[in-house]
Design a protein around this ligand. Structure first.
Ligand SMILES: Cc1cc2nc3c(=O)[nH]c(=O)nc-3n(C[C@H](O)[C@H](O)[C@H](O)COP(=O)(O)OP(=O)(O)OC[C@H]3O[C@@H](n4cnc5c(N)ncnc54)[C@H](O)[C@@H]3O)c2cc1C
Length: 414
């Protein structure tokens, strides 16, 4: 059958949308279980990125080039890769539409296109980014610019921003601040730099256990916290930023702030083709069962990674466990067997509070602490820096993306 625009319809058996952490990890895990599976990957990008290391790049502790590899080099053998983006989902017809106009049909669909960084929601940001002291660790292109700016700044005002939740790696906005402050402190410049952290929300971190150890660092670096203060506009050449500030009575006003360095974390939304599809929940995210990761209304569809409306921390650490749950549950579903595994909401956020030390926050649904190591998780440790900066990247490329399911202990369905 030929489509109006894009050529013959592709008929897939298992179709995976997105070749990021979740997509590539899942492909590897599925094929390890059954190398004969017929899988099609839809992914527009030529590259695959290890995003967790961008925080280190912005802190001068990692080479950005090591965070990216050609997608072809991480794609498991035997997968059909269609280099295109999905623009429309028609789950009742078990069909999706690509940006080429071509259609793809499936028996089982796995949805993992991540989230969309909505840079355009902050007026003037796209024009300013990468110059005039405006930077972001949330982009491969700009993380190294953060470190350049940090090294150049000797005095003035540095502002770090955090948008409304949910975002991927909710700790990353403050990690950028801590690593910058650590450098300025060691260079003797911190006393001449006015550091401010503007958060759209009302809490420093979502899990209360970790707030006191983080506050110690906020105080050590003499950083000012501005809660309920949401970045809405940037003028790069004028080096000014505007924030919508909500007071205790709920009144909203706009405040103008001058800066010498502005580290921006952009607003984050569900991809448009998910938000506009019947797969979406009320907020636009993919609506899966939080434990089985099976879609609530379309049982032949599973979702994992940042696109899901589940309340876990949107992290690669969460994906590491979700991959195993989806691989096992999908194969069981195809055999018409009960779904065997359940996800506990595990996610992790290695908070780089100084260069060489990390507070490793690991927790599941409801903020339940789920530490991997029998150590006080609120302590900043050198061993956890080694884990974050050396072990985890290696582990990612050689373990998670290769179907080696290390550190993925999971609960069976009762
Ligand atoms: C600065 C930063 C620091 C972080 N720090 C940590 C950390 O310390 N620890 C941690 O565990 N996690 C961290 N993360 C989060 C982690 O990187 C993400 O949670 C993880 O990558 C999510 O995997 P994913 O596959 O859902 O999304 P992604 O890895 O983002 O992949 C999504 C893929 O889908 C593709 N796609 C998008 N739209 C379409 C479409 N329309 N059609 C087809 N394909 C599409 C994209 O091109 C992409 O390849 C950090 C992230 C950032 C940005």
């Amino acid at each position: 059958m030929n489509d109006q625009h894009g050529g013959p319809t592709i008929s897939g058996d298992i179709v995976v949308i997105g070749g990021g952490s979740a997509g590539i990890g899942l492909l590897a895990s599925l094929l390890k279980r059954d190398p004969h599976l017929n899988i099609t990957l839809i992914e527009p990008s030529e590259y695959h990125c290890y995003q967790p290391a961008w925080t280190l790049v912005g802190g001068g502790a990692y080479d950005v080039k090591k965070t990216r590899r050609p997608l072809a080099n991480v794609l498991p053998n035997g997968v059909t890769w269609v280099q295109a983006a999905v623009t429309e989902l028609l789950p009742d017809e078990q069909t999706l539409v690509l940006d080429s106009g071509q259609r793809v049909t499936w028996h089982n669909l796995i949805v993992c296109p991540g989230l969309r960084l909505a840079w355009e929601k902050v007026e003037g940001l796209q024009e300013a980014l990468g110059q005039h002291g405006v930077t972001s660790n949330y982009s491969y292109e700009h993380a190294a610019y953060t470190w350049q700016l940090v090294q150049q700044l000797k005095s003035g005002r540095a502002i770090f921003t955090q948008p409304a939740m949910p975002i991927k790696c909710a700790g990353a906005p403050q990690k950028a601040m801590y690593l910058s402050c650590d450098h300025w402190l060691k260079q003797g410049h911190l006393k001449n730099i006015d550091v401010e952290f503007d958060l759209a929300g009302a809490a420093l971190f979502g899990v209360a256990t970790f707030v006191p150890p983080l506050m110690k660092y906020v105080e050590k670096y003499n950083a000012r916290l501005a809660f309920n203060s949401n970045l809405i506009r940037v003028d790069g050449p004028a080096r000014k930023a505007w924030f919508e500030v909500k007071d205790a009575a709920g009144n909203v006003s706009v405040e103008e702030k001058a800066f010498d360095l502005l580290h921006v974390v952009p607003p984050q939304v569900s991809p448009d083709f998910i938000r506009q599809s019947p797969l979406a929940d009320a907020a636009g995210w993919c609506e899966v069962n939080p434990h089985s990761l099976q879609h609530l209304r379309y049982p032949h569809i599973f979702g994992l990674g940042d696109v899901c409306g589940t309340t876990n921390a949107k992290t690669a650490a969460a994906v590491r466990k979700q991959i195993v749950v989806v691989a096992e549950n999908l194969l069981a579903l195809r055999k018409q067997a009960p779904l065997p595994l359940k996800y506990d909401g595990y996610g992790s956020c290695p908070l780089t509070v100084e260069k060489g030390k990390v507070v490793l926050a690991e927790f599941g649904y409801g903020g339940k602490l789920l530490p991997t190591f029998a150590l006080d998780p609120t302590q900043a440790r050198r061993s956890m820096w080694f884990l974050k900066a050396t072990l985890l990247p290696w582990f990612y490329w050689n373990g998670m993306l290769k179907g080696r399911e290390w550190l993925t202990r999971l609960s069976k369905v009762d």
